[in-house]
Design a protein around this ligand. Structure first.
Ligand code: SF4
Length: 302
């Protein structure tokens, strides 16, 4: 409690806002001003009037907040909280791929570094990827889609558009297996199965719905169903239970835990605000180019 009080006091003193991703630990979600997915958090970062953004998530998300709010101080409580998927492609590797496909447009998942975003035409999240592919690109456009091969595969099945892929993946979502879904369906016969598009095709093909984390939150709130099997990082169950007290939730797999998302603790949030660390910075030329790519995405909220 003392920790929470100190954080709240500092928040007022420093005119700070705390943004937390849906995969953060429950205590961190509970002290946040806003909890959401990458798209929702990007929008919050772009319109906040706070002077300081404390970003409880992984590094590329805090970097995105800085690019969208360059005049604000953006802090990440643990600078080692990275995203292995985002680190699976470098700007150099993307430039090489673009040189091999000179006519192709480049689309990047938001789970990329600022340097990679700076090389791309437009960015997307799992929540708006389908809409962006349909609205921004023509049928015959060649599209490089990096880094998540599974999200790209899922969007290809939805839109009929082929992509030039990168073989990246989320090490947490690949732990969700088709047999986990079969086992949970046998246990909870009336439950609907919702999975994230970062899961491999063998998993998404078995689900009732494939949704981003924000899509899951929206769908569950509006659904008449009362029991759900959730195929994404298990941190989201805290928010789902809090927002839907009458409904039941089961994770597809307890192994779907992202160690990077769990690095942020209340103590680290407090230290971050006390010491104003770790401040996220982005070089100006990268900031400009990555900003153009990100702002095109913000315009395509589904
Ligand atoms: S859950 Fe996967 S995509 Fe999300 S931060 Fe962790 S490793 Fe990256």
């Amino acid at each position: 409690m003392e920790l929470v009080e100190k954080i709240n006091r500092l928040k007022k003193e420093k005119n700070a806002v705390i943004l937390a991703h849906n995969y953060q630990i429950p205590e961190v979600q509970d002290i946040a001003d806003y909890v959401g997915d990458s798209l929702g958090l990007s929008i919050q970062a772009s319109k906040t009037t706070a002077d300081v953004i404390v970003f409880c998530g992984v590094y590329f998300m805090a970097e995105t907040a800085k690019i969208l709010s360059p005049e604000k101080i953006v802090l990440i409580p643990d600078e080692k909280a990275g995203c292995p998927m985002a680190d699976m492609i470098t700007a150099e590797e993307l430039r090489k791929l673009k040189a091999e496909h000179p006519k192709a447009k480049a689309l990047c998942y938001v789970n990329t570094t600022a340097e990679v975003k700076a090389e791309c035409d437009v960015c997307c999240t799992s929540g708006n990827a389908e809409k962006i592919v349909r609205d921004v690109f023509r049928e015959d456009d060649e599209i490089i889609f990096v880094p998540d091969q599974y999200l790209a595969h899922y969007i290809a099945t939805r839109t009929g558009h082929d992509f030039i892929l990168w073989k990246g993946f989320c090490p947490t979502h690949v732990k969700i297996l088709p047999e986990d879904i079969t086992a949970k369906r046998a246990l909870y016969k009336n439950a609907e199965v919702l999975v994230h598009p970062e899961c491999p095709a063998g998993v998404t093909s078995l689900a009732d719905k494939v949704l981003s984390t924000e899509g899951m939150c929206r769908y569950i709130k509006e659904s008449k169903a009362t029991e759900f099997i959730i195929g994404t990082e298990i941190g989201i169950l805290h928010r789902l239970k809090k927002e839907n007290p009458g409904k039941l939730f089961h994770p597809v797999s307890e192994r779907a835990t992202c160690p990077n998302m769990k690095l942020t603790t209340l103590e680290k949030v407090l230290w971050s605000m006390e010491e104003m660390g770790f401040e996220v910075t982005v070089p100006p030329d990268i900031m400009n180019k990555a900003g153009t790519c990100l702002r095109r995405m913000i315009d395509y909220k589904p």
